[in-house]
Ligand binder design. Structure first.
Ligand code: PEP
Ligand code: MN
Length: 332
């Protein structure tokens, strides 16, 4: 549970209570919030009533909830802000995996040509088979850093497990926690200790409640910069790779305060459907998109069927602004 203390009590007293309750104290905007797994009765009798602002009981969605903060949190990604008072829908694009210097350079130059700011590309790939391409690892992170320096792009790249989380934190501007990694507490807790933005992808068998609870691990550990990413869930349908849960998106917008980015590429699994699905995503009034685009999708080392080629992506991008404008948003 979390306990809100009146700001007048000061940090010394807040920390004293923190020790008493085995709680982690977050000090933000002159407020004190204790995060603890202690039970309500212990807490009730151990605190001076005049120190308390409020309790939030019996709800595992706390810091991520609209009832805690009645607006979307603002998250800065380099020189771009999403959420908060902005109406930005940020387009993040790039290949599924970083494959070579030439491939990621072509991708970076392409983004630059389109005035886009944020490049995606995985270096630690969470593949379903051990015999598939696993990613370039640290060598890939170094290539991304090179592209950041040369092209001035923000970098988002994924962490597969806790063994390399610190490398990913060091080399990225946004840490992506993949759909298969989102329950990994080692990753979540490490990401809570940085202030870099963290994009958490929804596991394909994860309920909305569990999804938001993963965000709670990062928020309650002290990092406010959390973004949720819906990327499709598994249903009985097999013709598409996953099913993009737009009802879930409506729920998350209504009940959580976290910026939302949608990934139509992994949901659809086939390039032919990605443009229409992307337009539907933009019409939901969201904070961003994550789209896979590759210089030559046919030879891509992962997710070849779903990546757009540069022409397809360019055409798609040119259709998004009017849709965004119709829901009060701006494509950036
Ligand atoms: C990816 O973004 O390339 C990826 C592996 O995504 P997900 O974790 O959603 O499967
Ligand atoms: Mn992919």
């Amino acid at each position: 549970m979390i306990i809100h203390f009146k700001k007048e009590i000061g940090s010394e007293k807040a920390n004293q209570y923190g020790e008493q309750l085995a709680a982690f104290i977050i000090e933000k905007d002159d407020k004190f919030v204790a995060v603890t797994s202690s039970n309500v009765k212990e807490i009730d009798s151990s605190l001076a009533a005049d120190s308390l602002e409020s309790f939030v009981f019996e709800n595992d969605l706390q810091l991520s909830a609209r009832s805690y903060m009645n607006h979307t949190r603002e998250v800065r990604i380099g020189n771009i802000t999403i959420g908060g008072k902005t109406n930005n829908t940020l387009v993040i694009a790039g290949p599924c995996s970083v494959e070579s210097e030439e491939q990621i350079r072509q991708s970076s130059a392409f983004l630059k040509e389109l005035n886009l700011t944020t490049l995606r590309g995985g270096c630690y790939k969470p593949r379903t088979s051990p015999y598939s391409f696993q990613g370039l690892g640290l060598e890939g992170l170094k290539l991304l850093k090179k592209m950041k320096d040369e092209y001035g792009l923000n970098i988002i790249t994924e962490v597969r497990d806790a063994t390399h989380v610190h490398e990913v934190i060091e080399y990225s501007d946004v840490i992506q926690i993949g759909a298969k990694a989102m329950y990994d507490q080692g990753i979540l807790r490490a990401c809570a200790k940085t202030q870099k933005p963290v994009l958490i992808k929804r596991g394909f068998g994860t309920t909305l409640q569990e999804f938001a609870q993963c965000a709670e691990f990062v928020l309650s550990g002290g990092n406010d910069n959390v973004i949720l990413c819906e990327r499709g869930i598994r249903t009985f349908e097999t013709k598409t790779r996953f099913t993009l849960d737009l009802c879930g998106v409506a729920f998350l917008k209504q009940y959580t305060n976290l910026p939302l980015i949608l990934d139509p590429s992994h949901a659809m699994g086939h390039a032919y459907g990605v443009p229409d699905l992307t337009r539907a995503c933009v019409a939901m009034g969201i904070d961003g998109l994550l789209i896979e685009v590759h210089p030559n999708p046919k030879v891509a080392k992962s997710d070849a069927t779903q990546q757009l080629d540069r022409q397809e992506f360019k055409e798609l991008l040119s259709t998004l602004s009017p849709i965004a404008a119709s829901v009060g948003r701006k494509i950036v």
